[in-house]
Design a protein around this ligand. Structure first.
Ligand SMILES: Cc1ncc(C[n+]2csc(CCOP(=O)(O)OP(=O)(O)O)c2C)c(N)n1
Length: 676
């Protein structure tokens, strides 16, 4: 499939005026001179690190000219300084990143330079992680398409990034949904030192065919060629025809970054050869021939750009440094302050099980907020999820609001990032916790730290529902407990309901929270846990534990299935005269420390139970905090009952029964502790 282009090197055919041409030229000169200035600042020891754009100016300036930042979105990568300038960031903005100043609009000095972000220009924050931006672009595009907008999304990267799974997952999704996305790959022949021949099979542009979109190659050193291809792709996207892949062939003149030595892997002859194709003199020549650029105007532009940069360097270098590394971890920081001291009363509601509660909760939330989108593998009707949690949502709310994604977990999370940025309320289902691992990067490196890394300028209100845990004959890949991995991550909130009412209430709180929340659903309890299912806007606050039972001999701290088991165990312990409290944490991050502390003070003995393995499991954190902060109140060492050090539960019931914590085991551990 090819995209038909008219004569792309004739600016008249492209509808560009003389002023447009001069603007393109000035932007290219500005980017080059600023790049050279930044490189010099680095060599003078005034800035620690720079990423160079020199060589890529035509590609980036041509691309920026084809989109409108007042309505279109862009996800530029770290080499995109010329793009950033051309789309509307100022030299001061760029330099504020390089000098890591408080005024850095991208991150307030939190990220390396050239990690662009500017909500006012619809530039979504970018990280250092290669390839993660592509699913974000699709999430934004999905939301734009769904809302009937004719805006488009431009996402950039190097040819090296097209080896990442995220790129392929995004290309696939964009192709399936005919999303208004333009994938612009700046092929400069190297990914740091690795030549494209060793990193890319075939031609990047040829890959488009496999994803049902046009793939075109442009001369990335010819700004008009790039602009022509871009405007055609933008027109295509605006008119609903779908995505385009553009491969711009170009070259970078300096090393990968100021920390790299390109002499190790590129000959000087090769660099010189490419320098002869420098896009700026070539365009200058074109403008002179077209009588658009006179000597006088060229000098004027040179002088103006030089002066602009000098002024920007001066003002930025002396501007204030950032001062606060602790703010903006969460848009809604929650610090539990009061301890629970009474057994939580059940709300009113029809009796039902946990999975029914989740399904009803989702229906209620979808009905009350049309920004909410539910997606994941098999979630759409008629299947409605492998556990039926999402049953009926597609029928009730439409195929655009409750839909199946391709089998690609990084994409699922990455889509949510883009959707959240574009104003949706994404609620993703990961089919089993065991399969969330391909999405780890998108959760930990992206979703959870976007608020922090953008200095609070982007929020990520996304909920991820994850069935987890054992006890259902699920074996090694349908039984895992993943809470320790994710509770470790600042920026993420992690909750675990163990009753139908909590499932509804925590889900609502998660969906209303401006931060990403992972809801771990103990799938053993889907049908085992029964209770009232509240209707209306029942909420369970994030960061609030629940006392399930009160006894004075010891406290069992648990969550999920183990909370359920602990209540049963406490009942049996009472028959032998041991009175145990059961504290169901419900929220792992933030942790309800006041309620734990109150429990320690009340009973002086604590047993922590979880079905993850013990070493560095969540209980280690709880035990450490008790040891640190409440040691004097203890009458016995904190005890932990958890799974032995095996990778996951075996399939055979006879084997699983030996390793998964159970009611009898809780009783034994509690008894030993009570008699300590
Ligand atoms: C996931 C990931 N792996 C490795 C790196 C280290 N790294 C940074 S840039 C880069 C090369 C990228 O090359 P390419 O995508 O072609 O872009 P270019 O820098 O050439 O413009 C690598 C390997 C990273 N940042 N992220």
């Amino acid at each position: 499939m090819t995209l038909e282009l008219d004569s792309v090197i004739d600016h008249n055919a492209l509808g560009l005026s003389d002023e447009d041409l001069i603007s393109l030229y000035r932007n290219m000169v500005l980017a080059r001179k600023l790049d050279e200035r930044m490189w010099a600042l680095n060599r003078q020891g005034r800035v620690p690190f720079v990423v160079s754009v020199s060589g890529h100016e035509a590609t980036q300036v041509g691309a920026a000219a084809a989109i409108d930042p007042s309505r279109d979105w862009s996800l530029p990568y770290y080499r995109d300084a010329a793009f950033a300038l051309a789309i509307g960031m100022s030299p001061e903005d760029v330099l504020a990143g390089v000098f890591s100043k408080a005024s850095d609009p991208s991150s307030g000095g939190r990220q390396m330079p050239a990690h662009w972000s500017e909500p006012d220009l619809n530039i979504l924050t970018q990280s250092s992680v290669i390839g993660v931006q592509y699913p974000h672009a699709c999430g934004i595009a999905y939301q734009l398409q769904r809302s009937g907008s004719d805006s488009v999304v431009l996402v950039d990267g190097g040819e090296g990034s097209t080896s990442e799974g995220d790129w392929h997952e995004a290309m696939n999704f964009a192709g399936i949904h005919k999303l208004p996305v333009i994938f612009l790959i700046q092929n400069n022949l190297y990914a740091i030192s690795v030549p494209a021949a060793s990193g890319v099979a075939g031609q990047v542009a040829d890959r488009a065919a496999g994803y049902g979109m046009p793939g075109i190659v442009v001369d990335g050193n010819n700004v008009l060629d790039v602009y022509g291809a871009m405007t055609a792709a933008v027109d295509r996207a605006r008119s609903g025809e779908g995505p385009t892949l553009i491969e711009a062939k170009t070259y970078r003149y300096y090393a990968h970054t100021s920390d790299d030595d390109d002499k190790l892997y590129r000959s000087r002859e090769e660099v010189e050869l490419w320098r002869r194709k420098d896009p700026i003199p070539a365009f200058r020549q074109y403008l002179v021939e077209q009588r658009v650029l006179s000597d006088a105007l060229e000098k004027e532009i040179d002088a103006e750009v030089t002066e602009t940069i000098a002024t920007a360097v001066k003002s930025t270098e002396s501007s204030p440094d950032p001062t606060d590394p602790l703010s903006h971890v969460y848009a809604n920081p929650i610090e539990p302050e009061t301890a629970v001291t009474e057994i939580e009363q059940e709300p009113d509601g029809e009796q039902g099980n946990l999975i029914t509660a989740i399904n009803r909760g989702l229906h209620s939330l979808m009905a009350s907020d049309d920004r909410m989108l539910v997606f994941g593998e098999d979630v759409a009707d008629p299947k409605g999820g492998v556990f039926k949690a999402t049953k009926g949502l597609t029928d009730a709310f439409g195929a655009d609001r409750a839909f199946n994604t391709p089998l690609a977990e990084a994409l699922v999370i990455g889509l949510g990032v883009g959707m959240a940025a574009a104003g949706a309320r994404p609620c993703a289902e990961i089919q089993f916790a065991d399969f969330i691992h391909p999405g780890f990067n998108q959760i930990v490196s992206e979703l959870a730290r976007i608020h922090y890394r953008s200095n609070g300028r982007w929020n990520m209100p996304m909920t991820i529902r994850v069935p987890y845990g054992g006890g259902i004959h699920g074996a090694m890949y349908h039984s895992q407990s993943i809470e320790a991995f994710y509770s470790h991550v600042p920026g993420l909130k992690v909750v675990v309901p163990s009753t139908p009412a909590d499932a509804v209430g925590l889900l609502r709180s998660a969906m209303e929270d401006p931060d990403p929340v992972m809801v771990l659903e103990p799938k053993k309890l889907y049908r085992l846990a029964n209770g009232p299912i509240p209707t209306g806007d029942h909420r369970v606050p994030i960061g609030k534990a629940a006392l399930r039972r009160i006894g004075s001999d010891l406290t069992i701290i648990a969550y999920g299935t183990m909370s359920h088991f602990s209540v049963e165990a406490a009942g049996k312990l009472a028959e032998e005269g041991i009175e145990a409290s059961v504290l169901d944490l419900r929220s792992l991050r933030p942790l309800d420390w006041p309620s734990i502390e109150a429990a320690v003070k009340r009973t002086s003995k604590v047993l922590i139970v979880h079905e993850d393995n013990k070493f560095l499991g969540f209980g280690a954190e709880v035990a450490a905090q008790i040891g640190e902060k409440s040691f004097e109140w203890l009458d016995a060492p904190v005890s932990r009952y958890a799974t032995p050090e095996i990778p996951a539960f075996p399939f055979a019931l006879a084997l699983e029964a030996q390793v998964m914590p159970n009611v009898e085991g809780i009783i034994e551990h509690a008894r030993a502790l009570a008699h300590y």
